[in-house]
Design a binder for this molecule. Sequence first.
Ligand SMILES: CC(C)(COP(=O)(O)OP(=O)(O)OC[C@H]1O[C@@H](n2cnc3c(N)ncnc32)[C@H](O)[C@@H]1OP(=O)(O)O)[C@@H](O)C(=O)NCCC(=O)NCCS
Length: 193
Amino acid sequence: MNNAELVIPRQIGTEGDTAVILDYATLHDLQAIHELELALFPEEPWSIDMFLEEIQHETRTYCVLREGDSIIGYAGVMVVADTADVQTIAVIPEREGRGYGRLLLNTLHQLAQSRGAERILLEVRADNPRAQQLYLRNGYTQIHLRRGYYEDGQDALIMMHEFTPAEPDSTQDSYETNPYAAEYLHRGESHVY
Ligand SMILES: CC(C)(COP(=O)(O)OP(=O)(O)OC[C@H]1O[C@@H](n2cnc3c(N)ncnc32)[C@H](O)[C@@H]1OP(=O)(O)O)[C@@H](O)C(=O)NCCC(=O)NCCS
């Protein structure tokens, strides 16, 4: 793969006049990430101690999207031997549907591949079609259903994506090829590069 794909931090878009930066998460981000976690995963939020452990763990890598002083998205991946797992991925509701979820997911793919992963797995709630769409459109297929996996009894879909050696880097899409970017540029609002 091309190492240029893994330039972090880098600007990946704008919201109004504010740059949106893809960056690695640091310990300073823990509080903000945890506040988002409580809002975005109200069913089973991770504790701040879990995030602390995750961010410091050598097999994990966490990224954030910064807009000014705020975090608008975060995602993490675990890589052990040739298999990666999406630990979490989230974008704040005010910034959904702009391509940030896809960008974070593809960043996890690149990080995983750079650490030798040949495939990536995740679990997603059966009642979360939006996230499932994100995964289906980015090469995942359902390989298993774990009934009653979540604390509230909801089932989990286990999904997997096999990497190909030269997977195209869609996070580097220009506005000409990224439908979100084209749409938002056209509307003069925001865009993801
Ligand atoms: C799932 C989530 C990360 C998607 O983030 P996002 O920034 O909205 O994602 P994107 O804008 O890249 O869109 C990804 C896909 O979502 C779907 N989508 C986008 N906007 C949508 C909308 N307004 N309504 C329904 N689906 C939409 C599309 O299928 C899109 O696929 P495409 O890129 O092929 O068009 C985000 O909704 C989220 O954080 N949800 C709450 C936390 C969560 O459920 N995380 C996943 C846990 S497994």
